[in-house]
Design a protein around this ligand. Sequence first.
Ligand SMILES: CSC[C@H]1O[C@H](OP(=O)(O)O)[C@H](O)[C@@H]1O
Ligand SMILES: Nc1ncnc2[nH]cnc12
Length: 299
Amino acid sequence: MRRTRTAARASVGVIGGSGLYDIEGLKDVREVRVRTPFGQPSDTVVLGTLEGVGIAFLSRHGRGHRLNPSEINYRANIYALKSLGVSRVISVSAVGSMKESIKPGDVVFPDQFIDLTKRRPSTYFEGGMVAHVAFGEPICAALSQTLQSAAGRLGAPLHRGGTYLCMEGPQFSTKAESRLYRQWGVDVIGMTNMPEAKLAREAEVCYATMALVTDYDCWHETEDAVTVEAILATLHRNVALAKRLLAAVAPAVAALPACGCHSALTNAIVTAPKSVPPATRRKLALLTRRVIAAQKGAQ
Ligand SMILES: CSC[C@H]1O[C@H](OP(=O)(O)O)[C@H](O)[C@@H]1O
Ligand SMILES: Nc1ncnc2[nH]cnc12
């Protein structure tokens, strides 16, 4: 296994959630242990090529599913992928359905989030450097659209758009909570996409989620309330679809033109450069060097 900071490269990152601990068909596979200034990622990163495209795969909970949603080091995960050259991240996530029309086995491509997490570091910008990135459109539309087209071609029962509510967990919701979220118009519920999507935006990396629906949470009158057993049974059926989709979509994702996600930090950093403590400047150099170089070029 290689230990690396920057030597190995990939352009497309895949964060595999529950049930997705590897991807099939990867060629030239290498595993790298990436060190980050934010601590350890969930696992080693598996690098390889899929249809000729450099892919970096990271298991969100770690292989063996060792980390609960609150224990995942989201900052290290996104940083690790960025340090390997990744400019687009595809997140694969198991979710519960909050609507009758969204059935277990369906695939949802959310375009909005509600963040109800409570105890997760959710920004890189602290310690003397403050940034406020725009997050009105938290999902990269171009990346999500590409995934949706591929899912459509594979015949997946899909839903374009929708709101993903991210709860802290690890316990599932109470019925009162579940009913409340339904009143809010939420489409799906999970425990992991926040702060992952926020950090991807701060890292100027495109982010889109392919949400695999596994259950009806606990609000449904006639369906059983969610259990891990039921989730895993449904996942076994649709993880294969996720794997086929990733192989089908890799070349189109790699060919996408640069988009607004890649310049998210432009005009977002508020702190005067001379006020940033040197240690913070060094810690955030990988994330800020594009915008700092652009500012210098404009002077
Ligand atoms: C094992 S079921 C609950 C678990 O699954 C989802 O994780 P992920 O988004 O990584 O697929 C959900 O958010 C919970 O963490
Ligand atoms: N009902 C649910 N609530 C939270 N996370 C989930 N992941 C899969 N199903 C879920």
